[in-house]
Write a protein that binds this ligand. Structure first.
Ligand code: F6R
Length: 607
């Protein structure tokens, strides 16, 4: 993953590089560093851990220079310590890198044989040495960059400064995203437009395989065949303002509480509040005659897609496959020519999902993307964009992006059902009503905040936790378990409640809390039997249900938390919220770094 930023400019570079890095910290926070040219020489400052450690170092040891590069790291090759922190430098160049150089071992052996001495365990250092050797062999830095691009395998974005050339910044992109920013007498590169937003609104995006030469006057972009090309420069809508936490203790908490508002914002794009009519943007497929749809995603977005499969098949009788993106293309799936593949992603940059999108396009699929970041690679590459309007999600554990994805997918399932004539006008009217009413119901769920906080005390001491649900509550059980794992570091598993007796029931013990999601839907009675089975074995049940459900089985639970009753269709959206809050309050008790949990990054741009 990692975030990179670069400036070839006229003013002091370091504070602006650090500001750019702060906007990219969602991409990784294992270490951070900057390098600039001071009197033509490369100077670096690097620190393990958060960017604030780098800021502290820069206070003690400031770094001058108007041309420089910066990096915030999510470690792939080499431990996350200062020595492995980027930029990596030689006497000639300094390099920052996002991605993986897959043939680094082979290149390293070749460069070591040429007498180059390596100082780190990273794959990136080969880029610095490769460029250095090429320059020492007599190539100009620009020609060295062109030659290096033909030697490097893998997915990467690079920014490079060259000793003695304060007028020059080199950049390259293969796989990992890279934006170029156009300033006045200055030029910038960044992993995304957000990093550059305070510097400029004028942005272009490198295409895959492009590399670029930036000077204070502008940029010349070359494609993968080293042909000069022009990439469209556009005005970004992103704001330079950093998002704040308001009165909340953590971004995650703020984002959980924003859900009624952002689900409302998202639904307003798809559902007319007066008529309850659902309108989607023009899709590259006719929903009435479509034979099959694939939903492809990772992590939390995959669980949103998994809920949608129930909706799409039950409501619209449209066959639907749900795929984990990192498996999808390597499975060599059979895809019908002209079929519809939909990719679900908060960031729109997750490399597994983006690669799956490109794979599907190569197999003749029409592409729709459900994405939160409107200028992301997936949003740009899709035939149709179904935007979520969650706003910037800063907490690494996804919350509001998930429920807004569900809102869009609910609208999609509804539109498919209407187009295919699979539901009566009366049922469609009730469904539309239920969809339009989600924000208010979610506000009702948030009112249970105190009771969920109290239930967190039951879960916090556990080493293992089980989440159970049936039907659309099953993916929510998996999502709940993922949230708990991510931010509290407690081992948790989400199971289909009916699957428990096939193995996981062996885990039931008084010290393994069992979180049961039991909306009053067609599966309720069966889930209730599973709760009996847990109790019969001494398991401690934390139950989420509505008034009627709690009246029936609340006595079996150590904590029974009442949620608003609702149409079962929208229940998975409502039941997402208490599992987010439960994970949040457990993590609060455990004192973890909730917004930036260990080992994770917000945007995963490596395979
Ligand atoms: C979990 C989480 C991740 C992401 C996954 C995909 O809280 O956020 O599991 O859902 O990395 O990311 P996007 O949705 O950006 O493609």
């Amino acid at each position: 993953m990692c975030g990179i930023v670069g400036i070839v400019g006229k003013g002091p570079a370091t504070p602006r590089l650090v500001d750019g890095l702060l906007r990219l910290e969602y991409r990784g926070y294992d270490s951070a560093g900057v390098a600039t040219l001071v009197d033509g020489h490369i100077e670096r400052r690097r620190a393990e851990g958060r960017i604030r450690n780098l800021e502290a170092l820069l206070l003690e040891q400031p770094l001058a220079g108007s041309t420089g590069i910066g990096h915030t790291r999510w470690a792939t090759h080499g431990a996350p310590n200062e020595n492995n922190a980027h930029p990596h430098a030689t006497e000639k160049v300094a390099v920052v890198h996002n991605g993986i150089i897959e043939n680094f071992a082979e290149l390293k052996a070749e460069l070591v044989a040429k007498g180059r001495k390596f100082a780190t365990d990273t794959d990136t250092e080969v880029v610095a040495h490769l460029l250095t050797v090429l320059i020492l062999e007599g190539l100009s830095p620009e020609a060295a960059m062109a030659a290096a691009m033909h030697r490097l395998h893998g997915a990467f974005a690079l920014a490079v400064i060259v000793a003695g050339r304060p007028d020059l910044l080199l950049a390259a992109r293969r796989g990992s995203p890279l934006a170029i920013g156009y300033g006045e007498g200055e030029m910038y590169v960044g992993s995304d437009a957000l990093a550059l937003a305070p510097l400029t609104k004028m942005i272009s995006y490198l295409d895959d395989g492009d590399w670029a030469v930036l000077t204070t006057d502008g940029a010349q972009v070359y494609d993968q065949n080293d042909k000069k090309v022009a990439r469209e420069v556009r005005e970004t809508v992103l704001s330079g303002a950093l998002v704040g936490k308001g009165n909340f203790q953590h971004f995650m908490q703020k984002e959980i509480f924003e859900q009624p508002a952002v689900i409302g914002d998202t639904l307003r794009s798809y559902v007319n509040p007066a008529t309850h009519r659902v309108t989607l943007p023009e899709l590259p497929a006719d929903l009435a005659t479509l034979k099959r749809v694939q939903l492809v995603a990772c992590g939390t977005s995959f669980y949103a897609a998994s809920v949608a499969r129930y909706w799409i098949e039950q409501l619209a009788r449209l066959p639907c496959d749900v795929e984990i993106a990192s498996e999808f293309r390597y499975r060599d799936p059979v895809l019908e020519e002209g079929g519809l593949s939909m990719f679900v992603s908060q960031s729109g940059e997750t490399i597994d999902t983006l690669s799956a999108l490109r794979f599907a396009r190569g197999r003749g699929q029409k592409i729709a993307a459900i994405v939160n970041v409107p200028e992301s690679s997936m949003a740009r590459e899709a035939d149709a964009l179904l935007a979520t309007h969650a706003g910037p999600e800063i907490g690494v554990a996804s919350t509001k992006a998930f429920t807004t994805q569900l809102a869009v997918l609910a609208a999609f399932a509804f539109a498919a059902a209407r187009a295919r004539g699979t539901q009566s006008p009366e049922r469609l009217a009730t469904l539309a009503q239920a969809i339009a009413g989600i924000p208010e119901k979610v506000s009702g769920v948030l009112a249970a905040d105190d009771r969920i906080r109290a239930a967190a005390k039951i879960v916090a001491p556990a080493r293992d936790v089980l989440y159970l649900g049936r039907g659309t509550a099953f993916p929510i059980a998996m999502e709940g378990a993922l949230k708990l794992k991510e931010i509290s570091y407690i081992h948790a598993e989400g199971y289909a409640a009916g699957e428990m007796k096939h193995g996981p029931i062996a885990l039931i013990a008084p010290d393994v809390p069992v979180i049961v999601l039991a909306p009053n839907d067609e599966w309720f009675e069966k889930t209730a039997s599973n709760v009996q089975e847990v109790r019969a074995r001494g398991g401690q049940v934390v139950l989420f249900s509505d008034k009627a459900g709690i009246a029936k089985i609340g006595n079996l639970a150590v904590a029974a938390i009442e949620l608003p009753s609702c149409d079962p269709f929208v229940a998975p959206i409502l039941y997402s919220v208490p599992v987010q809050l439960l994970a949040y309050y457990v993590a609060l008790i455990k004192g973890t770094d909730i917004d930036k949990p260990r080992n994770l990054a917000k945007s995963v741009t490596v395979e």
